[in-house]
Ligand binder design. Structure first.
Ligand code: UTP
Length: 471
């Protein structure tokens, strides 16, 4: 069927309203965008997710997911953790691990102009998010004697700017061949009336298809092939907004491997029943992550006999994923994950051709989430993490999960390393650090590194009120 007829059949013929005004290049661009879309499938999605607000079904048997606790519960578990830690280190030494950062999001909440990874988060130097990871990856490569390949997922919207930033910064000292950029898919934004929105007369309003898009993009980009060729078996997955993350976590990687897990997750004990983290649950023997907004209040608030939250396990989006699992999931060149609806203010071109920036949400963006791959795995593993050592998301400029809170956590983490290495740290009456401290991840990614650094430099104390970058 002709494109025009297909659009008419799908009730989307308005997309060609300015066709005759477009030059040839513009016409080709619009045609390419439209040809990418499976309109029959999209129509179904619009009916299911846009014209009605989908409700996540909560299974009757929903219970909290089991997990390995932060502190081993007995000697046997302690031994297992020791073994896992060493096994994780062995895997790193054998070059079996790659890092993957998802950086395709639009970062609208942060309101920063540019790819989020280029945000200057370092409390003293303004080190960017990308630089934190790059230095950490460089240090881990040296520590374990094998350079680690870093997969960076971008979207069509920020790929160019991201690559440019890496080039301008000399890949932060990494070998450029060590960094593999790949691009996730997009989804067209849909107005509340079910009509696709246009960003200009010659372009749909397209947005990244969610971090669930990572899995298929890994295949389509050739990243999986490269991993296989390099003998990589496990992927250390983290988000671009979390500079506190240890880029590789030997205990987590080792436990994932020892448990034969296909997809593993770090869980954090939630700070309260309604903290905005996905909830690790179990239903019918399978892990399922229920979004905070979907977990019924009675369940969110339910408590164990000792007063602790029953659904305590929140997801900070930190995973280890087996390459073989991603290969299996995407074998046919497609992957069906559930979609999630996000109501957004989406700029668009109205019927008269005027650009409109709506003040209220006017449509829906559809995204898939990586954690929805967990229920598809036969074997999963969840490990409790220490929030202060691995999770400082930079979502907003101020307040909760913000630039401010992230910087404070980075300072606190570095101060703790130094304290444990015998350095005197000034603290205020409320216990917070009375200085701005920034360790360079290229030297220090764990306590052992911090101790070596302190020994080498002879650092004894940090002066109250100081602002120090320890290189
Ligand atoms: P968020 O859910 O925080 O979304 O992404 P966002 O787009 O970055 O920010 P807001 O909601 O517009 O403020 C969590 C992580 O997933 C990545 C982001 O880059 C971030 O690392 N992500 C998100 C993608 O890589 N692709 C997507 O389509 C969405």
């Amino acid at each position: 069927m002709e494109l025009k007829d297909r659009l008419a059949a799908a009730g989307q013929e308005h997309l060609l309203a300015w066709w005759n005004e477009l030059n040839e290049t513009e016409q080709a661009e619009l045609t390419a965008q439209l040809e990418e879309i499976d309109f029959a499938e999209l129509e179904k999605l619009i009916r299911e997710y846009v014209l009605v607000k989908p409700k996540t079904a909560i299974p009757d048997d929903l219970g909290p997911a089991p997990y390995f606790p932060l502190i081993p519960k007995d000697d046997a578990q302690e031994e297992l953790y020791e073994k896992a830690r060493s096994w994780g280190e062995e895997l790193l030494k054998a070059g079996k691990v790659s890092c993957l950062t998802v950086a395709g999001g639009q970062g609208t909440r942060l309101g920063f102009d540019g790819p989020k990874g280029t945000y200057p988060i370092g409390p003293v130097t303004g080190r960017t998010l990308f630089q934190y990871f790059a230095e950490g990856i460089m240090r881990a490569g040296k520590k374990y004697g094998r350079p680690i390949t870093w997969y960076v997922m971008t979207s069509l919207l920020n790929r160019e700017a991201t690559e440019k930033f890496f080039k301008e910064n000399n890949f932060f000292g990494l070998d450029p061949l060590q960094v593999f950029f790949f691009t996730q898919g997009t989804m067209p934004a849909v107005g509340y009336d079910g009509k696709l929105l246009m960003a200009s007369k010659s372009s749909l309003s397209l947005s990244p298809n969610g971090h669930g898009g990572t899995l298929l993009a890994l295949r389509k980009s050739g990243a999986l092939d490269r991993m296989k060729a390099e003998g990589v078996e496990h992927i250390s997955y983290f988000q671009v907004d979390n500079p506190l993350i240890p880029v590789v976590n030997p205990l987590f990687i080792g436990l994932h491997a020892l448990e034969n897990s296909q997809m593993s997750a770090i869980m954090l004990a939630k700070t309260g029943p309604f903290e905005k983290l996905g909830n690790f649950c179990v239903t019918n023997g399978h892990i399922e992550i229920i979004e905070y907004s979907d977990l019924p209040k009675e369940l969110a608030e339910s408590r164990n006999e000792d007063g602790s939250l029953r659904f305590i396990a929140g997801s900070p989006a930190i995973h280890v994923i087996s390459r073989a699992f991603v290969e299996e999931l995407t074998a046919g060149g497609s992957l069906k994950l559930p979609w999630h609806r996000a109501d957004k203010k989406i700029p668009f071109i109205d019927a008269q051709g005027n650009a409109v920036s709506p003040a209220e949400p006017n449509g829906v963006k559809l995204e898939s989430f990586i954690f929805d791959a967990m229920p598809l795995a036969e074997r999963t593993m969840i490990l409790e993490g220490d929030r202060n050592a691995m999770f400082a998301p930079t979502k907003n400029p101020t307040g909760v999960d913000s630039v401010e809170s992230c910087r404070a956590m980075l300072v606190e983490r570095d101060a703790k390393y130094l304290e444990a290495a015998g350095v005197k740290i000034p603290r205020k009456a409320d216990g917070t650090v009375d200085a701005l401290i920034e360790l360079a991840p290229v030297n220090v990614i764990d306590l052992a590194d911090a101790k070596a650094y302190v020994e080498k430099t002879g650092l004894k104390a940090i002066t109250a009120g100081a602002k120090v970058h320890l290189e």
